[in-house]
Design a protein around this ligand. Structure first.
Ligand SMILES: [Zn+2]
Length: 266
C-alpha cells in the first residue's frame, strides 16, 4: 500500500520511526508547527524551530526516501502572551518561500481563551495575506465543540479565506459534520487513547463518506503511534472496504488537498 502521513511531529520521533513509516508505504510526511511539550522563552526559540522544520528535518526524512513538508505558526498553547505571538508571527513570512513549506498551521484554539482567539485571527489574516493553505488544531475533549464553532466563525468572518483551502484537524463524531458543511476539509487523528481510535475513525468514514476527509497519526513526544494510518488502512480492509476506497482516504485525499500548494509534489 501507499499512504501520506499528513500530520506528524517528526522532530520528536526517533530515526527508526522514519524507517518503519517508509517500510509501511509512506511516501510523504507533513509536519505542522506545534508545542514542544514546554513553552519557548523567546522568538529566537521559534526561529530555530522553523529552521529545524525547513532545513534539518527534510534531510533526516530523505535518508529513508521520504519527502518532508511542514507548516509554520505559533501554536495555541503558547498564544497567551500576545506580544510574543506578534513577534513570532512577524518571523514567519521570510520562511514561507522555503521549498517544503505548505502553509500556516497548526493554528487554532486550546482553551478557547481571548488571547488564543486574538492570535488565531492574526494568523488567519497572515495566511490570507500570503495566499497560504491553513491547517487547524481543535481543542481536546470538553472544549472541542465550542472551540470548533469559534474557529469556524473566525474563518468565515475573514472574507478572503476559501473554505476548500482549510483543513480542520482532530475532528470527532460531534464536530465532523459542521466542518464538512462549511465546505472545509476534516482530519481524523488516530490516537491510542484520546481523539479517534481506528474503529471510531472508520465508523465516521462509513457515516460521512470519503469526501474531504483524511487520517493522520499526529505522532509527537507523547503517547502516539507513527504507524496509526497504515494500521487503520489494514482495519478498513478487514472491515471490507475496497482497496480503491482505502487508497482514496490515505493517499488521494491528502494529495488533493495538499496539492493546492504547488510545492507539494510526490
Ligand atoms: Zn499536531
Amino acid at each position: 500500500m501507499r499512504y501520506i502521513e499528513p500530520h506528524a511531529h517528526m522532530v520528536s520521533r526517533v530515526t527508526d520511526d522514519y524507517e518503519r513509516m517508509a517500510l509501511a508505504g509512506c511516501e510523504a510526511v507533513c509536519e505542522p508547527a506545534f508545542w514542544a511539550g514546554f513553552d519557548r522563552s523567546s522568538p529566537a526559540g521559534f526561529h530555530d524551530y522553523f529552521c529545524q522544520l525547513t532545513e534539518h528535518e527534510p534531510k533526516r526524512a530523505a535518508k529513508f526516501g521520504l519527502k518532508h513538508f511542514c507548516w509554520l505558526c505559533i501554536n495555541s498553547k503558547e498564544a497567551e502572551e500576545v506580544k510574543l505571538a506578534e513577534e513570532v508571527i512577524a518571523l514567519i513570512p521570510k520562511f514561507l518561500d522555503r521549498p517544503n513549506v505548505l502553509g500556516i498551521g497548526e493554528i487554532g484554539l486550546n482553551k478557547n481563551s481571548r488571547s488564543e482567539l486574538r492570535v488565531l485571527e492574526m494568523q488567519v489574516a497572515l495566511a490570507a495575506r500570503h495566499q497560504q493553505l491553513i491547517l487547524v488544531h481543535t481543542p481536546h475533549l470538553e472544549d472541542k465543540l465550542k472551540g470548533t464553532r469559534l474557529i469556524l466563525d473566525v474563518l468565515k468572518n475573514d472574507q478572503r479565506i476559501q473554505p476548500q483551502r482549510v483543513i480542520i484537524d482532530h475532528v470527532e463524531e460531534h464536530t465532523v459534520k459542521m466542518v464538512l458543511d462549511a465546505g472545509m476539509w476534516a482530519g481524523m487523528t488516530l490516537y491510542p487513547e484520546t481523539k479517534c481510535t481506528p474503529a471510531r475513525a472508520i465508523d465516521i468514514l462509513e457515516t460521512f463518506g470519503h469526501e474531504r476527509l483524511w487520517l493522520n497519526s499526529a505522532c509527537d513526544w507523547g503517547v502516539s503511534d507513527p504507524l496509526a494510518v497504515p494500521k487503520t488502512a489494514l482495519e478498513m480492509k478487514k472491515r471490507g472496504h475496497a482497496a480503491g476506497a482505502i487508497d482514496r482516504v490515505v493517499y488521494q485525499n491528502p494529495q488533493k488537498f495538499l496539492g493546492q500548494c504547488l510545492k507539494f509534489k510526490l
